[in-house]
Every structure is written in C-alpha cells, then in structure tokens.
Ligand binder design. Structure first.
Ligand code: PLP
Length: 406
C-alpha cells in the first residue's frame, strides 16, 4: 500500500448517528468542553455551578434544586429510588417498554415490592389504569408511581399531566417519579406545575451532551420523603448535594468538562427557545412518520396520541430481520439506526429525530433508510422522501419561511 491509497475502512463524509441517543454533540458544546480544568473548590467553579443550577431549573421548569450526578440515566433512577424509599415498600410502574421494565427491575433488585401495569409495548401510559390501581390500593401501600415520559424503546410517549390527574382523582399520596431521559429538551416538561416529585434525566439525548451526567429535579415532598427513607445510599445521596450545590460546590469531584458543556447547552436552548425546540421536534417527527407511511411500513406506536417527538420505531415486514437491515444500512451508507430491544429485537428499527437536528439532516437520514431498505431487499414503496419533504415544505410555507416571491 502506498500513501496514495485510502486507509482501509475510512468512511468519508458525515456519519449519520440516528439512534435515539446518544445524539450528535454540536460543535459549540464540544468547543466549550475543551476549556482548561479549574479548581473545583475555587470561586470560578462556584459561579459556574450556580449558573448551571439556575439554567437547569429553567429547563425542568422548577423552582426547586436539580441535582447533578456524574453517571448516566440509570444512576439517576437509582438515586430516585434509594433517596425516597424504604426496604420492602411498594412502587407502581407501567411497563410501556424496555426502559420502564429496567427501572422496575432495578426497584426489585433494591428490595422494593413492585406492582406492574402491563402493556403491549405499542402505546403510552393509560392514566385510567393508573387511577384504577391507585383506587384499589385502599391501604395506600403504594409509595411511588414510576413512569417513563418517552419510552425510547418503542417510540411511544406518555402524558404526565394525565397521570398527575389520576393520582389527584384517587386522592393518593404516592410520590410521582418521571423518567425524562429521552424527553427533556424534546417535548414540553413542567416539573413543578405537573406536580412531579422526582424527575430524572441524562445528558446524552435532548440535552445534546456526551453521556456522563444525570439530572434529578426534586420536589419538597420528595426531599421530605428522603429524610424518612431507609434504603442504603451513599454516592447517590441527595443530602450532601443539596447542601453543597447552593454554595456552588459538589461533595466530590464533579465532571468539570461536562459541566462546561452543560452551560453551553443551556445557553443554546435559551437562544432557540424551549417552545421553538418542541415545535421543531414535532415537525421533524411528523416528517419521519410521513416517510414511514410513504414506504408502506408500519409505525410501532399504534395510537397517534402517543407518537413520540423524539424517536419513531418502525416495524419490519414479516420475514425480514431489522438488525440485518441495520447492518447493511450502516455498512453501505454509514448510518446508525436504533436496534430493537428485548422482545422487539429484530422486529423493529428506530429512527432517532432528536437533539441538534434539522429538516435536511432528517432528509439525509431518511434517504439512508430508504437506500438501506433497497440494499437489504426489504419490500417498500418509494414514496417516503417525497412525503417527508411535503410535510416540511407545507410547514415552512405556513410559517412564512418560503420566500414571498415563491
Ligand atoms: N430511560 C430511558 C427512557 C432511556 O432511553 C435510557 C437509555 O437509553 C435510560 C433510561 C437509561 O439511561 P442510561 O443509558 O443513560 O443509563
């Protein structure tokens, strides 16, 4: 091989990371993370922590503190449970997909008693089923209701307001805990006004950061519960965080570079505006769904009420393996699509359409899917791209983005 030959395996051009997180980290955030490390017990760091604390409150829409742990979303799940619950207490979960199943499994491993409302993994949380379970709990033994706002595994979202209303209608005192790992920064979220007690999130999806941080918003009621809870906790204890953070510090070495990135991410979210971010995700999701219909394929989520603005899971036609298709699409077109998890393995692929993305990146991704379907010999109609473009063109026209002369 001479120097004139390309390196084996080099793939020119952009890699399309279309999984539902981790998502592409914008250059501005990457740049921010290269700033020199500073003393995490010094004045500059303390000012940074305080700015981030205020910024996170604006994203979660809360007046209460948001705890930042180094770790992933799974760490924040554990923190939510060990800080509020005592051994043997009961939590109610709704198994909308793999992530609610994993959170419930963790609760059992931690010695909690779990009550599960099952679904077919093709829909969001039915608030009526939650209300019925709470009404049936006449002794009020359920201490927490744990819900996943956006089930990343299925592309089905849930409506937290409805679940809050179910708790209120049942006059049930359980804590409401919500996983927003793939919904925060993608769809509206209101920790305070929806009466959520614990909201958990991770850095690597709608927040546009690399993996490595988790965020937990806590209500006064959750903090009060943490005083009485007896599950063992140490690293993931809220107490020390809640004492140190208001002074601008952390009880142990924080992930300084990720915090630099977080400050930049919050700035970017404020610049675009939360409502504009949510509208952008709604539109991109509508374009992706139009493409799926244009291909003549089926969206896993069976009820439009629960369509996710973050991710769309697409059912593979009978006799075709979704992972084989994903591999061919990756090898041929350098696009990474989400795999089917657990019972959905081989049966669906997922298109992530969240975080720092726009109409043209989505069109590129959809072209990658359509070309991949062709390359993998998966039967489909050729109307996907046109259908998505029609959705975008119509929205741009009604928003007045198209030139007046056109
Ligand atoms: N909850 C949801 C909805 C997720 O999508 C994920 C990961 O994809 C998790 C929790 C687990 O988070 P992590 O992988 O960051 O630990």
């Amino acid at each position: 091989m001479t120097a004139h030959h390309s390196q084996p395996g080099r793939k020119p051009g952009q890699h399309f990371l279309q999984i539902p997180g981790p998502t592409i980290v914008p250059g501005r955030i990457e740049q921010a993370m290269t700033a020199p490390i500073i003393d995490h017990r010094g004045p500059e760091f303390s000012a940074l922590t305080l700015r981030i604390g205020e910024g996170l409150k604006s994203i979660f829409k809360t007046e209460n503190p948001v705890v930042v742990f180094p770790g992933s979303g799974t760490g924040a799940w554990e923190a939510a449970l060990v800080n509020t619950m005592s051994a043997g207490e009961r939590v109610l979960t709704v198994e909308t997909g793999q992530f609610s199943l994993l959170w419930e499994t963790m609760a059992r491993k931690l010695g909690l008693d779990t009550q599960v409302i099952e679904t077919d993994w093709r829909t969001g949380v039915d608030a009526n089923a939650v209300e019925a379970a709470l009404n049936a709990d006449t002794d009020k033994t359920i201490k927490a209701v744990c819900i996943v706002h956006n089930e990343t595994a299925t592309g089905c979202r849930s409506w937290v307001e409805e679940i809050r209303a179910a708790l209120d209608a049942a006059k049930h005192p359980a804590l409401l805990m919500v996983d927003t790992v793939s919904s925060l920064g993608v769809m509206d979220y209101q920790h305070d006004s929806w009466g959520v007690d614990v909201t958990v999130c991770g850095s690597q999806k709608g927040m546009m950061l690399p993996p490595g941080l988790s965020f937990t918003a806590v209500s006064d009621k959750a903090i009060a519960a943490s005083k009485a809870a007896n599950l063992p906790r140490s690293y993931f204890s809220w107490d020390e965080m809640l004492v140190a953070n208001p002074k601008g510090f952390f009880p142990y070495t924080p992930a300084t570079s990720l915090l630099y990135g977080l400050e930049e991410a919050i700035k970017m979210m404020h610049e675009e505006g939360l409502d504009a971010i949510f509208a952008r995700h709604d539109l991109l999701a509508a374009g992706v769904r139009a493409a799926v219909e244009g291909w003549g394929l089926e969206i896993l989520c069976k009820d439009p009420k629960y369509y996710s603005p973050a991710v769309t899971a697409v059912k593979m036609p009978e006799g075709h393996d979704a992972d084989k298709f994903r591999k061919i699409a990756l090898d041929t077109y350098n696009i990474a699509l989400g795999t089917g998890l657990n019972r959905l393995a081989g049966k669906v692929f997922r298109i992530g359409h969240l975080a720092d993305t726009n109409q043209l990146t989505i069109m590129g991704a959809l072209a990658g899917v359509e070309l991949g379907l062709e390359a993998a010999g998966v039967p489909h109609e050729k109307n996907g791209l046109n259908a998505a473009m029609a959705v975008f063109a119509k929205a741009n026209k009604s928003a007045g983005i198209t030139s007046a002369a056109a």
